[in-house]
Design a protein around this ligand. Structure first.
Ligand SMILES: Cc1cc2nc3c(=O)[nH]c(=O)nc-3n(C[C@H](O)[C@H](O)[C@H](O)COP(=O)(O)OP(=O)(O)OC[C@H]3O[C@@H](n4cnc5c(N)ncnc54)[C@H](O)[C@@H]3O)c2cc1C
Length: 493
């Protein structure tokens, strides 16, 4: 083997996965066909759960220190959800995708992992032991596992012949990065009575420190073929249709047409090949979900692949990647579909649709409705189907961040191992059986005892008799059947 894991595609998904594997002690080879990192402006925001994931690896603070990234308020179909402010440790934040990619690439380079550029995968064949990959240059690499993080038009997915059912794009809307006249709200969703609409989001600042905005706009007659270039006049016209003369376009930095294509791979695992990020799911970018879903695919897959490489993964572990992540993206596709319809993106002003939208807007004033939608859009409501998830309220959910005095519990996840919160020091003996895979925090914190996977999800809480089965289920057979005291005990510093 040339490498244990080959990651194809150094977009946000591939970069995050390379870091997850590195943290778990498995350096991967990461390749991309591009000679240089893409500077195309795509995703503009990071969800609460993605920020938690970065924070648990110690990456959030340094990322946010690279610029000014304003917090925003969640919205569903353009209906803002003000009652959800302050609900999570990290509010939705505007951080451009290019910043995240640049940050992750530099972070990896500092740890000795560089993206191998000008590497376009053109062929692959897998057998029982590994995958042989061919590049356009003629170079051949053999790996044990391959991850396709090569985007919505994934070559790997095509070469596998993997089913990618869904709907082709039928309409387009415009997405543009712009500077607008000073009195424009940083974030707004506005529409005219005749069906034209504009959404505005903060997008950091340009090199001169002037605020940039991401615009999305559409309405009757505005769905043009993807190849037709977006013009300044078109943007001005779209703004005028909604805001009159109140909002002026000062500068058009970048624009493209995006389609409403929606597809999801039927299977995320094909033997030794895994699909992740846009290679596994594509949809209209409403609600800032595509990149976030890809980053969280990487978080889910990283420690499991590392466990397989290091030889302790239980038989079923790699299959849980599909079982856990496929339903998440399927739900994203569904909520995007609902949002797209409610937003009446084509500006039909169909009275039936207006009636449903009005009703929905009225319901969205209810706190519980806002919380429900926020759970969906922040990533915080993701609950994985795990043994015990039916009985225990915490199991399957992102772990709460517990104050352990000198540290917070999420910091204990930095080494990429599992963490057993054991406030009453009851489980030292059992945890000692998995010394290399699970750290134990044994200080009385008032927290409920719980076992947290390396990706930050609770996989056991409650009945002490279920702890050892849960450890075996997620972390494999014990390293030491003797119960010797190889325990890695993390008493907070
Ligand atoms: C206008 C717009 C706005 C968006 N806004 C948001 C948002 O606010 N929030 C959000 O979460 N998402 C948003 N998205 C979606 C987000 O941009 C994507 O989901 C994200 O880029 C997916 O990341 P990825 O790493 O999976 O794939 P990509 O970013 O597509 O990266 C794939 C990489 O693979 C490489 N590659 C492809 N083929 C090969 C090959 N054969 N060999 C080697 N390398 C290859 C490519 O060069 C590329 O670098 C938006 C998208 C658009 C277009």
């Amino acid at each position: 083997m040339d490498t244990d894991v080959l990651i194809v595609g150094a977009g946000p998904t591939g970069l995050m996965l390379a870091n997850e594997l590195r943290v778990a002690g498995v350096p991967a080879v990461l390749v991309d066909k591009l000679a240089q990192r893409s500077t195309l402006s795509k995703a503009g925001g990071v969800q609460s759960r993605t920020q938690e994931a970065l924070d648990q690896r110690g990456l959030l603070e340094p990322l946010l220190a690279t610029g000014e990234y304003p917090a925003g308020t969640a919205h569903f179909a353009g209906i803002t959800l003000p009652l959800t402010r302050g609900r999570h440790r990290h509010p939705w934040r505007s951080v451009p995708q290019v910043v995240i990619e640049g940050f992750l690439e530099q972070h990896l380079a500092a740890q000795g992992i560089s993206v191998r550029r000008n590497h376009e995968l053109t062929g692959l064949a897998q057998d029982e032991d590994g995958v042989t990959v061919t590049f356009a240059s003629g170079e051949v690499i053999r790996c044990r596992y391959l991850v396709a993080a090569d985007g919505g038009r994934s070559t790997v997915r095509s070469l596998l012949g993997a089913a990618f059912p869904g709907r082709p794009g039928t309409t387009t809307t415009v997405a543009a990065d712009v500077r607008l006249s000073g009195d424009t709200p940083a974030m707004t969703h506005a529409r005219s009575e005749d069906g034209h609409w504009v959404s505005v989001f903060p997008l950091g600042t340009d090199p001169q420190g002037r605020p940039l905005r991401r615009l999305a706009l559409g309405g009757p007659g505005r769905s043009l073929p993807r190849e037709v270039p977006v013009t300044e006049d078109e943007i001005r016209d779209g703004l005028r249709a909604v805001f009159g003369d109140r909002v002026q376009l000062l500068e058009l930095c970048y624009a493209r047409r995006i389609t409403n294509a929606a597809r999801q791979a039927e299977r995320y695992r094909h033997g030794r090949v895994f699909l992740a990020g846009d290679a596994a799911h594509v949809h209209l970018p409403i609600g800032a979900q595509g990149m976030n879903t890809g980053l969280q695919d990487a978080l889910n897959l990283g420690w499991k692949l590392a466990a397989a490489v290091r030889g302790w993964a239980p038989e079923h572990l790699l299959d849980t990647y599909h079982a856990e992540r496929h339903p998440v993206a399927a739900a994203v596709l569904r909520n995007v579909q609902a949002q797209s319809l409610l937003m009446d993106q084509q500006g039909t002003c169909d009275p039936d649709l207006v009636a449903v939208k009005d009703l929905f807007a009225a319901l969205a004033h209810l706190r519980d409705v806002q919380y429900h939608l926020d759970d969906m859009l922040s990533g915080m409501g993701i609950r994985y189907p795990m043994p015990g998830a039916g009985d225990q309220p915490l199991v399957g959910l992102p772990a709460p961040d517990v104050d352990l005095g000198p540290v917070r519990s999420h910091e204990l996840l930095r080494p990429g191992r599992g963490v057993l919160l054991d406030p009453l020091d009851r489980f030292a003996k059992v945890a000692a059986l998995w010394p290399d895979r699970v750290d134990r925090a044994g200080q009385d914190s008032g927290a409920e005892p719980m076992l947290v996977r390396p990706d930050g999800y609770v996989c056991w809480a409650g009945d002490p008799d279920d702890l050892e089965p849960a450890l075996t289920h997620w972390f494999g057979e014990p390293a030491s059947a003797s119960g010797g005291d190889g325990i890695t005990s993390r008493t907070p510093r």
